[in-house]
Design a protein. Structure first.
Length: 593
């Protein structure tokens, strides 16, 4: 319930000043219940009286503030002190004072050039972009997709810049998604002023209330009708409302002479009003709003805990879970277009994902992982860069999207032959190679574990030991993968201290056994010993994913000089740390006896 709203021209405005609105926005969190703010001006009010069905878009808004000096002055003549909160000023303040580094910001509308300028101007901010088609007001499906994009983006703020009333329609529709969070802002051309695409009037002109004239002269072809014909209709509406005779949809014809006289009188009065402080207001309390729809909405699952199952139990449950027979198509080609430095970073990050996630899964397993990364780059629920996707959440001990980025795996230098294969797979993927079997999958896990999030996605296909999943509903459809590649790769974390597997016949054989790629590695070796020695036996432990080197190989190794132990033994003892099927780990420890 709003406790401090005033009825003016049959719309209810919040009596909140600019600092009070700013304070409300500073309190918005990613986890906050979704709200949206509208900023009606003269054009909006005239349209609402012409089309009464639009009134609900403003009445249901969590914040409705005045974005017009004309409305402010007309309200003052009626004895109502209506604070002015310009949408363009609000957008600028959000970026300068409220949005924090690494905040996720969703943008509906604008064009790619505008987004690139925003990313260049605010490089630490994570932008998600949805570019809807034209004629959005008549396209209910496109509006629904835009609303679904905002609901699934998990953004702190969503800038809806597609013009009125379609931007208010989208903001209102997001309310239908129970999992929607953050704040939606209907800001019109606010982003154009931030990027410099449009110039605001000088402060003197703004204070005189003549910014409309500045805009009209800047773009007369687009704005002449709004200001010279439709905008003048506000005067008869105000007169009828003041007399208590306003009727929804009734707009009285107004002579040109009367309109000009009213406009002159209005702006002369506004010039005296400029700079005077607005009235004070009470605090605003907003209780939770019940959703008007019971439709289930799929939000992106967070990286989470595994169910407490043994590998055998998890494998059994995964086998029993059915695949969802939901039609899918191969993803679109992804061709990397950026400069040489960003290409190198993207290739390294994708190669790391392929290697550390699927070096033991063969070529198809690696290509499947690469495709998932590229699918995420194109989905608005994820970062818009290769390294951004791969290292998402890597700064947290738990919460990383790809476990190798936060579990210490990268302290092990890759086996050269397998790294070369991973790099080749990544390079081909970045040149447009598509791995069709995974379709539009965005998640996967090994078949010997079972994450909690698996219940919230559609199980689509299994390749090797990896099970792949799609987002449900519209979020997993091909049309949802509309995000554009950002073009600038963020810096990524380099591996730490390395434990290198020596390039010896025994080391190569061990790598081949672990990675299941003996034939491929054999083709890469140029020389074959004339009288090869018997292969070093590998003893497989009872515990899954554990391998021990046979003792016979230790007898062939020379003793290390300068090493001594208190165990009475003369051998340098080595063992391998536990291995994951998708990871290569090697360690060297001295026996403690």
């Amino acid at each position: 319930m709003h406790i401090d709203r005033v009825n003016f021209l049959d719309l209810h405005f919040d009596l909140l000043s600019f600092p009070e609105i700013k304070h409300r926005l500073q309190a918005v969190k990613v986890s906050s219940r979704y709200e949206y703010i509208v900023t009606p001006n003269v054009d909006h009010v005239v349209r609402v009286h012409r089309e009464p069905e639009l009134r609900e878009l403003y009445e249901r808004a969590d914040l409705c503030v005045c974005d017009s000096r004309v409305l402010k002055f007309l309200a003052r003549l009626k004895g109502v002190r209506l604070p002015l909160v310009a949408g363009s000023d609000l957008s600028a303040t959000l970026f300068t004072d409220i949005i924090k580094p690494r905040d996720r910001i969703a943008v509906v509308g604008a064009d790619r050039a505008c987004l690139e300028q925003l990313r260049a101007k605010f490089p630490e901010t994570q932008f998600l972009h949805f570019e809807p088609p034209m004629n959005l007001r008549a396209d209910a499906r496109a509006r629904s997709e835009a609303a679904a994009f905002i609901a699934s983006s998990q953004a702190r703020f969503a800038f809806i810049a597609v013009g009125s009333p379609q931007q208010e329609m989208i903001a209102r529709e997001v309310r239908e998604f129970p999992t929607a969070t953050g704040m939606g802002l209907c800001i019109g051309a606010g982003l154009d002023f931030i990027t410099g695409k449009q110039k605001r009037a000088p402060k003197v002109i703004q204070n005189l209330g003549l910014e409309w004239a500045h805009r009209l002269l800047s773009n007369p072809r687009r704005l002449w009708r709004r200001y010279m014909i439709d905008g003048l209709r506000i005067f008869p509406l105000w007169l009828r409302w003041r007399r208590g005779k306003a009727h929804a949809g009734s707009i009285v014809p107004l002579s040109l002479l009367g309109a000009l006289f009213g406009a002159i009188a209005l702006y002369v009065g506004m010039s005296f009003e400029a700079g005077r402080p607005s009235g004070t207001s009470l605090d605003l309390w907003l209780p939770p709003v019940q959703s008007q729809s019971a439709a289930a909405v799929q939000s992106l699952p967070a990286p989470g805990l595994l169910k407490p199952l043994s590998p055998d139990q998890a494998a059994k449950e995964n086998t029993e879970r059915p695949f969802v027979t939901r039609p899918d198509t191969p993803a679109r080609k992804f061709i990397l277009h950026t400069d040489a430095d960003n290409q190198a970073r993207a290739l390294t990050c994708l190669s790391q994902a392929v290697y550390y996630e699927a070096a033991g899964e063969g070529v198809d397993g690696g290509r499947a992982v690469a495709q998932v990364v590229l699918n995420r780059v194109r989905h608005p629920g994820f970062p818009s860069t290769i390294c951004g996707v791969v290292y998402e959440g890597a700064d947290r001990p738990t919460g990383c999207q790809f476990s190798f980025t936060c579990d210490g795996s990268m302290q092990r230098v890759p086996v050269s032959s397998l790294w070369a294969r991973s790099k080749k797979i990544a390079g081909e993927a970045l040149k447009g190679e598509v791995f069709g079997p995974v379709g539009h999958a965005t998640h996967y896990h090994a078949d010997y574990v079972l994450p909690y999030w698996a219940d919230s996605l559609d199980k689509s296909v299994q390749i090797g030991r990896h099970i792949f999943y799609r987002l449900r509903n519209v979020f997993g459809e091909a049309r949802a993968f509309s995000q554009h590649y950002a073009g600038t790769e963020p810096p990524f974390r380099e591996p730490g201290t390395a434990i290198i597997i020596p390039e010896t016949p025994e080391g190569q054989q061990l790598a081949d056994k672990l990675m299941g790629d003996q034939s491929k590695a054999g083709e890469d070796r140029n020389a074959t010993p004339a009288a090869p020695k018997p292969a070093t036996p590998l003893i497989i432990d009872a515990q899954p994913s554990t391998l021990l080197v046979g003792e016979d190989s230790e007898r062939q190794r020379p003793r290390r000089k300068g090493k001594s132990t208190d165990c009475g033994g003369s051998r340098d003892q080595r063992q391998l740390s536990p291995l994951k099927p998708t990871d290569m780990r090697s360690g060297s420890i001295e026996s403690s006896c």
